[in-house]
Design a protein around this ligand. Structure first.
Ligand code: FES
Length: 287
């Protein structure tokens, strides 16, 4: 689907965690045309008349009901304004924007890794994968139990494994430490969260083949055929894809305000991303 500007009607708004909200909008064009990993640019206000636009991952999209949901944290005036919106209010949403996750059709086992609000970036992929008959494990990391995403908001078919930095729930430590337990099982991994988490996962993914001692898990290596870095075909074959969070200006590729350093030069998160294959990113440039 091509990007369009839609008028989305708020139909439900709820706080699911301290400072974190899930809002549901009736926006049939977005619900039926979006893929996991894509985002919308939402026009918000701030009571002073200033118009702001904010990017949000599309948290879920249900073509049957025409409902899309956004999951966000209140971090400033725009998101604060959003939490005060009432059912029936209409918001301008530009989308879907960006490139989605690319799942290899041969992949049976998908490992999804999320840090904090990064769950919003991979949530829809869980729905797509379950619908397509794939097995899904979600590894989720948060600072403490009070910030753990509720399992009741996930599809029943998903195996959900939690880590907390303070050990108050699940694994005591970083979510990245759980990766080792699942890397042999997983055909592909998809992650969204803080950049240090993604950097650690990329390092683990790069060393994975030696640890496993088997090259490919039955995957053909393409016999010399080489898909260009960043192409859909190359991404589809990547073991690890990451959704990069970055502040944005225009969200449509024009302002260059959202770039990250890739191995082939600057990459616009809003346009070449937000999803990248891990090997596209120059991780040494990421703090
Ligand atoms: S936000 Fe303007 S180019 Fe990405």
């Amino acid at each position: 689907m091509t990007m369009r500007l839609v008028s989305a009607e708020l139909v439900d708004s709820r706080q699911i965690l301290p400072g974190q909200w899930v809002q549901s909008f009736h926006a049939p064009e977005l619900a039926s045309g979006s893929r996991a990993g894509q985002f919308v640019h939402v026009r918000t206000g701030d009571y002073s008349g200033l118009v702001l636009r904010r990017p949000f991952s599309i948290n879920t999209a249900d073509p049957a009901t025409g409902i899309v949901t956004l999951h966000f944290r209140t971090v400033g005036r725009g998101t604060e304004w959003l939490t005060r919106a009432r059912e029936g209010d209409r918001l301008d949403m530009l989308g879907p924007l960006g490139r989605p996750f690319e799942v290899d059709p041969r992949s049976r086992h998908l490992l999804l890794v999320a840090g904090g609000l990064g769950i919003a970036g991979i949530r829809m992929l869980a729905d797509e994968a379950v619908r397509d008959g794939r097995q899904v494990v979600i590894l989720f990391g948060a600072q403490s139990a009070s910030l753990v995403y509720p399992s009741s908001l996930l599809p029943d078919e998903v195996e959900y494994v939690v880590a907390t930095d303070d050990g108050s729930l699940g694994h005591d430590g970083f979510v990245t430490e759980l990766m080792v337990d699942y890397e042999a099982w997983a055909d592909q991994a998809f992650a969204c969260g803080p950049h240090p988490m993604l950097k650690r996962l990329a390092a683990l993914a790069a060393g994975r083949r030696e640890r496993l001692g088997v090259a490919t898990l039955g995957r053909k290596r393409g016999g010399g055929k080489h898909d260009p870095l960043g192409s859909t075909a190359a991404r589809r074959k990547a073991f690890l894809q990451v959704s990069m969070e970055q502040t944005m200006g225009c969200a449509v590729g024009a302002c260059l305000g959202c770039t990250v350093i890739g191995v082939d030069g600057p990459q616009r998160v809003c346009r070449e991303g937000p999803v990248f294959a891990a090997e596209e990113i120059a991780w040494e440039s990421i703090a």
